[in-house]
Write a protein that binds this ligand. Structure first.
Ligand SMILES: NC(=O)c1ccc[n+]([C@@H]2O[C@H](COP(=O)([O-])OP(=O)(O)OC[C@H]3O[C@@H](n4cnc5c(N)ncnc54)[C@H](OP(=O)(O)O)[C@@H]3O)[C@@H](O)[C@H]2O)c1
Length: 191
């Protein structure tokens, strides 16, 4: 059987590296995505992974073509609001960008991912549970509202949302372990 391959978007954040290390230790070949090439290249080097600098709002089909076949997609890319003095959270440009990065782009990426599957696959979407009501919260909720419908028409694709829980912050190690549990049933690709 061939190597299992995963695409990790938002790989260089607070959470991504722990998830990448966990998946690498489970034997996944990794393609790592974020916008800034330097931290991405550093992370990829340490994991013998492939670095693919990319903005999630770009064409998802092209990203998947460049990445090659994958059966696991993890999205940890997020656009958080800046401090109120740095941006007007209600300006149309800011709200549009929140929805583009946090809702529209992941939704399109999941659909493109599901469409390229030839074996059972899984999309894991990292989200934040009940952020304070705001355009940011609305952008997170927009993606969650699409839920399993994201994979409609693609029976090979499973979808899981992994929310950051309220109260004490769930650390990256704990979240990485939960990702590991979710992927445990995912078989290897056909050769
Ligand atoms: N931290 C936790 O323990 C935890 C637990 C459960 C769930 N979550 C959720 O997981 C998600 C990630 O959290 P985090 O703390 O790791 O966030 P973070 O530190 O802000 O990292 C965000 C990542 O996304 C990338 N990114 C941002 N905009 C992008 C874009 N337009 N295109 C491609 N990549 C982009 C960033 O790299 P570039 O800036 O280089 O693009 C970075 O790699 C959040 O939704 C969070 O609520 C976190």
């Amino acid at each position: 059987m061939s190597e299992r391959r995963a695409l990790i978007v938002g790989a260089t954040g607070a959470l991504g590296p722990a998830i990448c290390r966990g998946l690498s230790s489970l034997g996944f070949g990794l393609v790592l995505v974020a916008r800034r090439p330097d931290p991405l290249a550093r992370l990829a080097r340490g994991l013998r992974a492939r670095a693919l600098p990319w903005d999630i709002t770009r064409d998802p089909a092209l990203l998947l073509d460049l990445a090659g076949p994958v059966t696991l997609l993890v999205n940890a890319a997020v656009r958080r609001p800046l401090a109120p003095e740095a941006e007007d959270v209600w300006s149309p440009e800011v709200v549009r960008r929140l929805f583009e990065v946090n809702a529209l782009a992941p939704a399109r990426l999941v659909r493109a991912f599901a469409a390229q599957l030839t074996a059972p696959g899984l999309a894991i979407l990292l989200t934040e549970e009940e952020p304070p009501l705001s355009p940011y919260a609305a952008s997170i909720a927009a993606l969650e509202t699409m839920g399993p419908a994201l994979a409609e028409g693609f029976p090979l694709c499973g979808i899981r949302f992994l929310s950051q829980t309220r109260g004490p912050k769930v650390g990256p190690q704990r979240t990485a372990a939960r990702v590991g549990e979710l992927v445990s049933g995912l078989g290897a690709e056909e050769p």
